[in-house]
Design a protein around this ligand. Structure first.
Ligand SMILES: Cc1cc2nc3c(=O)[nH]c(=O)nc-3n(C[C@H](O)[C@H](O)[C@H](O)COP(=O)(O)OP(=O)(O)OC[C@H]3O[C@@H](n4cnc5c(N)ncnc54)[C@H](O)[C@@H]3O)c2cc1C
Length: 380
């Protein structure tokens, strides 16, 4: 039987970032990915990285994540492709305006001083041609931006391997051996592994891994679509990620085209990633209503992937109550690409040093049973 200090289930950005942070601290890491590294939600992600959130814990984590992404190339030898083109939130109701005015104060208190209020006219300067007739105001943070999901994932994976981590593809975890209330082994399609520590980094499939240990983790899969247009030079390549929050619509430059995303909140949880072409048409129309020039753009491609959503739209990070040795790094609710660098660092610190530079107590799996859910309103 193989042995490992720690087994990481799932080879998306989260699993790879964690493999790196734990291996560089000297742990014998075995990461098991049933398919190929980065082909889950990570491979379908829009690459957005922002610090403008409504909960303090998300802002703190994201400020750390931005610092780590800026240091990524030097630290890992990879290339994050981090471009700080900013995020522009467009607010179309008095309630959103009041909310974001208060959020700006909270962001400043947490050190996010560069975020600023934006009038409709300023929004149009940032994104020429933007339809702002219904926009009451907005916020813009120039240090938000975009990074490359595949590049960040492979950069962490390569760096983890340099520190001796074993990252195996095509090996699925099929069971967990729990004896006397603690993890003892991991059952896989490639045999059994003896270990006392498992990290659940299985994204939208995390609840399934939890059930293998007798845990109910509230992580639900929601299908989310994006489309990419043909070449569209009318939108500048440094134009910010633009978010119409009430419509759950966003777009940003992608290659020589534009990537457009929009959530369909009415769809129940599903593991299907089949493209709903009717929705893609509605997304294109909604984007053209916000930026009329987009009405002339051709469709290059579209795809769907899964958000791994929790009841309070916050990640689940830390040891699970009731099963010693089972740790969660999941439930990112559509923000896992941007949160993984910080989540991996603070989890490694918590595990090995007993405390972390951002207190992730509020994200503990205990909060669901204890009724201590956190609100996050800036959900796209
Ligand atoms: C359309 C779309 C746009 C998005 N845009 C953004 C964005 O702009 N910014 C952002 O931060 N986030 C975004 N997200 C969310 C982001 O993609 C996810 O939160 C993030 O990729 C989660 O990473 P992960 O490593 O936790 O999960 P995944 O990348 O899903 O990795 C989990 C892995 O676990 C593996 N696995 C599952 N079960 C098993 C098993 N039994 N044994 C072994 N392996 C297993 C899977 O094969 C998978 O590879 C977007 C998501 C979608 C769908």
């Amino acid at each position: 039987m193989q042995t490992a200090d720690v087994v990481i289930v799932g080879g998306g950005v989260m699993g790879c970032a964690l493999a790196y942070q734990l291996a560089r601290r000297g742990l014998g890491v075995l990461l098991l990915e049933r398919d190929a590294l980065g082909v889950g939600s990570t491979g379908r992600c829009a690459g957005g990285v922002r610090q403008q959130f409504s909960s303090e814990i998300n802002v703190r984590l994201q400020r750390l994540a931005v610092r780590l992404l800026l240091e990524f190339d030097e630290e890992t030898g990879g290339h994050a492709g981090f471009r700080q083109i900013g995020y522009l939130f467009l607010l179309t109701s008095p309630e959103l305006v009041d909310d974001f005015r208060c959020l700006l104060e909270m962001w400043r208190r947490l050190g996010l001083e560069e975020a600023r209020w934006t009038t409709p006219a300023e929004a149009r300067e940032l994104v020429p041609g933007l339809e702002v007739g219904d926009v009451l105001g907005g916020t813009f943070c120039p240090t938000d931006g975009l990074a490359g999901p595949a590049d960040v994932t492979s950069g962490y994976a390569r760096a983890a391997r340099r520190f001796g981590a074993r990252l195996l593809e095509g090996v699925a975890v099929t069971g967990l051996g729990v004896r006397g209330g603690r993890i003892e082994e991991v059952v896989t399609t490639g045999g059994r592994v003896s270990t006392r520590l498992v990290f659940d980094c299985a994204g939208a499939w995390s609840a399934e891994i939890g059930r293998m240990a007798g845990l109910e983790l509230p992580v639900f899969p929601y299908r989310r679509h994006v489309l990419v247009t043909d070449a569209f030079p009318e939108l500048g390549r440094t134009s910010p990620m633009t978010v119409d929050l009430a419509a759950s619509l966003y777009f940003h430059p992608e290659g020589d085209g534009v990537l457009i995303g929009m959530s369909d909140w009415s769809e129940p949880p599903t593991f299907s990633t089949e493209v709903d072409w009717g929705l893609v048409e509605r997304m294109a129309a909604a984007a053209a209503a916000r930026l009329p020039a987009l009405g002339r753009a051709g469709l290059k491609t579209a795809w769907a992937g899964l958000y791994e959503t929790t009841p309070d739209h916050h990640a689940i990070l830390g040891p699970a109550p009731g099963v010693e040795g089972f740790w969660c790094a999941c439930g990112f609710s559509g923000h896992g690409f941007m949160q993984a660098p910080a989540a991996a660092l603070v989890l490694a610190q918590l595990l090995l040093e007993g405390r972390s530079e951002v207190d992730i107590g509020p994200l503990s799996p205990r909060r669901f049973a204890e009724g201590e859910l956190i609100s996050e309103r800036a959900v796209i």
